[in-house]
Write a protein that binds this ligand. Structure first.
Ligand code: WTA
Length: 661
């Protein structure tokens, strides 16, 4: 049978962990896999009881009414208690939770006891505003300590948060607030990015008239930019905190209490509110954070260089590390912005070594970042790394997109000193935590492979008919429920069933292609649906298309993700103009800017081509595959289903005329 997805990769290099690493590792043999294989429910129950403190023990491990799962039924717990109080009660209140560093170079340190005090106070602030268990609020903040404090305060009283990435635009804020019926937005005046304050409150002000349910906005003063404050609506964080009571008991919450919503792109223009609940999620991320990173909380300094606005930050900056009592680094800005004291001359002469500088100064032991960042560091060159002592590093992680073997080897050689195990972690907003990853003391890695499902997770590759593939390419599915799994899409059970459970009966379909090699190693092949992966961020073609046609000059639009050396995929738009508009470079730019304004800078197309027509099937479906061929400069694939064969030639000519930047 023909393979569902063809694969040409043939990577022969192997990297076993060193005997020293294995000897010191939390787990250095297959016992966790064996235990989970024997009885996955019993395995997760043991993890839940060992890693989490329950105010009431659970009566039942799993209730599985496909596709709806409940984990640890009857159990009661509180996330902020697990992240904070219990460490303080155990005498570890002086341990540092976060070494925070602002982009200008200012720093703040929070011990567990200090973080607890702030969280309890802010939970009282929320209560004072009338928020109650089950309510939803939105958070739109830069990477400052008040962001995890706000999230944890929500969990303390059972309020669910919906964090909106700070790079998103006003429309994204109002859409998400309306979908979740959020009543409060927490934001900041601005955050530092690339050396300058980047405004946030102004975006909230612009979104506010379209937010039907929000009545209060809490504002952290990060950059002293003095935004206008609307009396009665806008409240300063520091003023509220000055008056807040210090004591706020952590409420025992049901294991299935909604913890948060996080909106993610799918194949339609409307983002989905992914629902995560309490007990199962916390168990899953505590387990994976501990064993995938070989976390030794007494001595490690762990750093996940993601943004909390994405799921990676939720699970592996905030909830996983704090549950495990880790000491973490949290950094506000971009990797190419040095501390203000190291900035001289114009920006082009600034060093691009901020990450390596941070690792050296804090003695970071685990670094977790994205392949797109690694490829950027490669481009900047080894000289940015040279001169920094990175010998504290023990484990390196990657997440967000397939890592090409070349970038893997660069990371291994130049950052890992040729010795650190690399954990390439595959997972999604929907899965809550890691699903496929090496265990650093157990797995012999291959550059570019995610290796195997973690203990307790069952991943299977299937072909077009849903038959399990033992070797070769196909579609990645998950065939058993797992504790961190999404519990649904907020307000839309049908869409949940349809999106994830309808393609292959009884299986969760992740939207990714994968290949199993002859040794049973998994190789992730990227998205197989209409979702692009740009710099590790999922963006739907439909969402960009709808932003493009929103421009008055655009009649019709098609978007594809074309392979890109740095960002993995780049957004390429093809548009047909409304009659009367002339194609011009200025118009192409304006259209690209329009998308950035509608959706945020991450969504700005790399290029927009103005074309006379779009390639369609006879039934009117846009043939994105052909557009991708054009965008990537390939020979066209099968055109037999194309309604009008001359269209593609016209597009090619149009594309050749356009210039991108
Ligand atoms: C992709 C990010 C290959 C994949 C945690 C998935 C990866 C999507 C990897 C989820 C990896 C994530 N190797 N591809 N290690 N990690 N992906 O929801 O396509 O932002 O479906 O979650 O990123 O993106 P999301």
């Amino acid at each position: 049978m023909a393979e569902a997805i063809e694969v040409y990769e043939n990577e022969q290099r192997r990297f076993p962990p060193s005997p020293e690493f294995v000897a010191a590792a939390l787990t250095g043999d297959r016992s966790l896999y064996d235990e989970a294989d024997a009885d996955f429910e019993a395995f997760w129950a043991r993890q839940a009881r060992e890693l989490i403190t329950w105010q009431r023990d659970f009566d039942q491990v799993l209730d599985w009414q496909l596709p709806f799962a409940k984990w640890f039924i009857g159990g009661q717990l509180n996330v902020s208690y697990n992240c904070l109080d219990r460490h303080v009660e155990a005498g570890r209140g002086d341990r540092i939770a976060f070494h925070w560093e602002g982009e200008p170079g200012d720093t703040r340190t929070f011990t567990y006891a200090e973080l607890l005090a702030e969280v309890a106070k802010f939970a009282n602030v929320l209560k004072g505003l009338g928020l109650e268990k089950g309510d939803r609020i939105a958070i739109y903040m830069p990477m400052i300590p008040e962001l995890p404090i706000a999230m944890l305060a929500c969990t303390r009283i059972g309020v669910a948060h919906s964090v909106v990435f700070g790079g998103f635009s006003p429309d994204a804020i109002s859409d998400r607030c309306n979908d979740a019926s959020a009543t409060v937005i927490i934001t900041a005046d601005a955050g530092y990015r690339r050396g300058e304050p980047s405004a946030l409150k102004a975006n909230v002000d612009q979104a506010f008239p379209n937010c039907d349910t929000v009545d209060r906005v809490i504002v952290v003063n990060r950059c002293d930019t003095d935004p206008p404050m609307e009396p009665g609506r806008d409240l300063w964080w520091h003023e509220l905190m000055a008056d807040a009571e210090a004591d706020c008991p952590a409420e025992p919450l049901d294991s299935e209490q909604l913890l948060y919503l996080l909106y993610t792109s799918g194949t339609t223009a409307k983002p989905k509110g992914i629902m995560h609940t309490t007990g199962g999620y916390l168990t899953h991320i505590a387990f994976t954070h501990k064993y995938v990173f070989d976390l030794k909380p007494d001595t490690d300094v762990y750093w996940c260089a993601a943004d909390i606005g994405w799921v990676t930050g939720h699970s592996y900056i905030v909830y996983g590390p704090l549950t495990n009592g880790a000491t973490s680094v949290m950094y506000e800005g971009t990797p190419d912005t040095p501390r203000s004291q190291s900035r001289g001359g114009d920006r082009s002469s600034w060093p691009k070594d901020r990450l390596w500088d941070i690792i050296e100064r804090y003695g970071v032991t685990q670094l977790y970042t994205a392949p797109t960042a690694i490829r950027t560091f490669m481009k900047w060159g080894e000289q940015e790394v040279a001169g920094h002592d990175l010998s504290s590093l023990r484990v390196l992680g990657t997440v967000g997109e397939p890592i090409n073997p070349e970038a893997w080897m660069w990371y291994h050689t130049h950052i890992g000193g040729g010795t650190c195990p690399i954990v390439d972690t595959w997972w999604q907003t929907e899965t809550g935590g890691h699903m496929i990853s090496p265990l650093p003391g157990v797995t012999t890695t291959k550059p570019g492979s995610g290796c195997h499902a973690i203990p307790g997770v069952t991943v299977e590759v299937v072909d077009d008919e849903g038959n399990v593939v033992e070797e070769g390419g196909g579609y990645l599915t998950i065939s058993k429920p797992w504790p961190g799994m999404l519990r649904g899409i907020w307000g839309d059970d049908d869409r949940y069933r349809e999106t994830y459970w309808s393609q292959y009966p009884g299986r969760y379909f992740a939207g990714d292609g994968a290949r199993l090699d002859e040794d049973g190693y998994l190789w992730l092949l990227g998205r197989v649906d209409d979702v692009m992966n740009v710099s590790g961020h999922r963006i739907s073609t439909a969402e960009i298309e709808s932003a493009l046609v929103d421009h008055p000059a655009v009649a019709e639009a098609a978007v594809v993700g074309a392979a890109d050396d740095t960002t993995g995929q780049a957004i390429i738009g093809y548009v047909i103009l409304v009659g009367g508009h002339e194609a011009s470079h200025a118009l192409r730019d304006e259209v690209r800017r329009h998308v950035a304004t509608k959706l945020g800078p991450v969504a700005r197309p790399k290029a927009v081509f103005i074309v006379p027509d779009l390639p369609k099937t006879r039934s009117g479906k846009i043939m994105r595959r052909l557009l991708r061929d054009v965008a990537e400069g390939r020979v066209l694939g099968d055109t037999t289903t194309l309604a009008d064969a001359t269209v593609v030639d016209a597009i090619r000519v149009g594309a050749a005329d356009s210039d991108e930047d």
